[in-house]
Design a protein around this ligand. Structure first.
Ligand SMILES: [Ca+2]
Ligand SMILES: [Ca+2]
Length: 343
């Protein structure tokens, strides 16, 4: 329901045609337009499921990861490593775990990785506000190395080394809602559909190494860009031109970007990340040199394929299909589509 501040006396203005009333009505009209324009349909990725009681989207990642990798992947997906900060969120986390595997123990976002012993969720909720109890014989801070908190299917907490691996849940509160990028099947507005290839592309200005870049694209529902034609090479050239070196802040190489090819197993067999030889993939204009120690693929601003150090951190380009993972609306408990207001 929309609540409008009662900014002028309706009774006074109905009976009086006064300039101040006209001005106020105009202001109200603009206010209403602003409000309507900023009311957007609640939406998030379709690979997450919305829970109306917890007022958040959830996704279980069953592949165990270290706490740091779990935090990173959730963040790159546009979400947060979930913590049971309310009874409703705790109930849904237990529900998700028990529907998957009752033996599950998952990493939560509660950690003391910055200052040992000071446990907070990633969003900053102090541990004292967490409505969950410890498991038997926990916490024990074994070997003084347990700075991350797990949750089991009974809703009990334990401390554990962050470098251990566990499944985890990413979540996104309803209040984080963003506009859907319907062209590209995501809420990430940086993806732009290019009609020449009918694919969406994003230039990442934050430099990462090849492995992190691969992870970032994957978490966003795409992959490091693969050039499949001369047309797609032109698309990437045009994209790079939107980000001239002068626009990129930081101390890193700005004349190239990682894309999706590399030398397999150090054998200098250059292939796309999907396993095709470059020629078969559709574009092989290259300056990659055999026998180099640089086994990861990048393009320069003239769209020549080049080799680069895999551990080097440079910008990168992701590509994704316009229909994956897709965006889904929020449905409330009574099945109504919900809208939210962004001010
Ligand atoms: Ca422990
Ligand atoms: Ca492609």
């Amino acid at each position: 329901m929309i609540i409008i501040p009662y900014i002028y006396s309706q009774k006074y203005c109905i009976t009086t045609f006064h300039l101040s009333c006209y001005k106020m009505k105009s202001k109200l009209k603009y206010f209403l337009w602003f409000f309507i324009l900023n009311t957007i349909e609640g939406t998030f990725r379709c690979d997450y499921k919305y829970n109306a009681k917890a007022q958040a989207w959830f996704k279980l990642i069953v592949m165990p990861a270290t706490w740091f990798d779990a935090r990173l992947r959730c963040s790159l997906e546009g979400a947060v490593l979930a913590s049971p900060t309310t009874p409703e969120i705790l109930a849904e986390m237990k529900n998700i775990m028990n529907h998957s595997n009752a033996e599950f123990e998952i990493f939560t976002g509660i950690h003391a990785t910055i200052s040992q012993g000071d446990f907070y969720t990633i969003e900053g909720t102090p541990f004292s506000n967490i409505p969950a109890t410890w498991a038997v014989n926990e916490p024990d801070n074994k070997n003084n190395e347990e700075n991350c908190i797990t949750l089991n299917g009974k809703g009990e907490l334990a401390d554990l080394q962050c470098k251990q691996t566990r499944p985890y849940i990413c979540y996104r509160p309803k209040t984080f809602e963003a506009e859907a990028n319907k062209d590209c099947g995501t809420v990430d507005l940086e993806y732009q559909l290019d009609k020449r290839t009918n694919k969406c592309y994003k230039f990442h200005t934050t430099p990462r190494n090849f492995s992190q870049a691969y992870l970032a694209c994957s978490a966003e529902g795409g992959h490091l860009a693969i050039i499949n034609s001369d047309t797609e090479a032109t698309v990437l050239k045009d994209l790079l031109e939107k980000y001239p070196e002068s626009k990129l802040e930081g101390n890193f190489r700005k004349d190239r970007a990682f894309i999706g090819f590399h030398a397999w197993n150090g054998s200098w067999d250059w292939r796309t990340i999907h396993g095709q030889k470059l020629m078969d993939a559709g574009y092989s204009r290259s300056e990659v040199s055999p026998g180099t120690v640089r086994a990861c693929g990048a393009i320069d601003r003239h769209i020549s394929l080049g080799d680069w150090w895999c551990e080097g951190t440079i910008p990168f380009i992701c590509e994704k299909a316009p229909d994956f993972p897709g965006t889904c609306p929020i449905f409330s408990e009574n099945g109504q589509k919900e809208s939210i207001h962004v001010m």
